[in-house]
Design a protein around this ligand. Structure first.
Ligand code: PEP
Ligand code: MN
Length: 333
């Protein structure tokens, strides 16, 4: 971090600033230029809050060199992180194929779907027991009964599952059942939930918020990692733009950007990104082609009867075709 001092900065406030910086644990070197004086900070500056610092009247402007996230950054950890979920790994060349319904509806539905998607190439299945719905009158999920159904489907299929946690109060119960815990788009900046996830020993699937920048996504991952849980998989699931034809806009540019800035795996959810089942396969192929570490896809045995997100759900046989074509792309790249 470099702090440019005002040309007329008072010696007293510069001295105060240096003291403040020393207290924050960084080494300070003052450079006297021809026109400008500056302070160069050496050490871990991730804990320095620029807004707070800027109250000091001697500061002209502050430039960050280190990213505000540290544990999540590629600079801190060069090798790709590989997250293990049951027998399957994500990241470092290992691709995740996660498939299943938006929400858990019945034990028959989940056992059928988990076995079907496994036979078609899924490495994990999904299903929501706690559903974040826009309307309070929409189906809210089966809650703990839904988690028990997911556990029964794991028992039957042998596949691990990911399911969403919506609040700190239900974290313990979700953690007890789930192989991987999802923090949904709407909760990406629920900092209490992120802190609780940091204390967990279960891998976390962190979805990008509807309006979150890449830096905000990585800062949320940093929250979880700062708590001690480094098993984080990121997920691009579409962001809000001006276009309303699709549910959201899939931001594929974030995949190579994450690969550059972070060592964490990133997967893509084309279902929530587009909201239309017809677009799920082409977007999946594109996601894998740009380097995504996997896909999370909504699959329902009878989409027109789905209690949630039927319009974007693939029938199982369509998921099978998708896996085959995506595998061909994987061979090419
Ligand atoms: C989901 O995966 O079911 C879900 C609600 O996703 P998102 O948080 O991305 O909207
Ligand atoms: Mn859904």
């Amino acid at each position: 971090m470099i702090i440019i001092l005002k040309p007329n900065a008072e010696k007293k406030s510069v001295a105060e600033l240096k003291k403040q910086l020393h207290r924050l644990g960084v080494e300070v070197k003052q450079i006297h230029g021809e026109h400008w004086n500056s302070l160069h900070l050496i050490g871990d500056t991730s804990r320095i809050d620029i807004q707070t610092l800027s109250v000091n009247s001697s500061i002209e402007r502050v430039m960050r060199i280190q990213y505000p996230y540290k544990l999540a950054s590629r600079a801190f950890h060069q090798e790709d992180t590989i997250v293990q979920v049951g027998d399957f790994a994500v990241g470092g060349g290992h691709k995740a194929f996660i498939a299943g319904p938006c929400s858990v509806e019945s034990v028959e539905q989940m056992i059928l779907t988990a076995n079907l998607v496994k036979s078609l190439g899924a490495t994990m299945f999904r299903g929501g027991a706690y559903k974040p719905r826009t309307s309070p009158y929409s189906f809210q999920g089966l809650e703990e009964a839904g988690l028990a159904i997911l556990a029964a489907a794991r028992e039957s299929s042998g596949l691990p599952f990911v399911t969403e946690v919506m609040c700190v109060e239900t974290f313990d119960v979700v953690e007890k059942y789930a192989d991987m815990i999802q923090i949904g788009a709407r909760n990406m900046q629920n900092f209490s939930l992120l802190k609780r996830a940091g204390k967990s020993r279960k891998p976390i699937l962190l979805k990008r918020g509807l309006c979150a920048t890449l830096e905000e996504l990585l800062m949320s991952a940093e929250y979880i990692m700062a708590g001690g849980n480094h098993q984080v998989v990121l997920c691009e699931r579409g962001i809000r733009t001006f276009d309303t034809y699709t549910r959201n806009t899939l931001d594929l540019s974030v995949i190579p950007a994450v690969k550059e800035l972070s060592h964490l795996p990133i997967i893509v959810d084309p279902s929530h990104a587009c909201g239309k089942w017809e677009m799920v396969a082409p977007l999946s192929k594109a996601a894998i082609a740009v380097g995504a570490d996997g896909l999370i896809i909504e699959v329902h045995h009878s989409p027109k009867e789905a209690l949630c997100d039927g319009a974007q759900s693939l029938k199982p046989e369509k998921f099978g075709l998708l896996v085959n074509s995506v595998r061909k792309i994987m061979e090419v790249i």
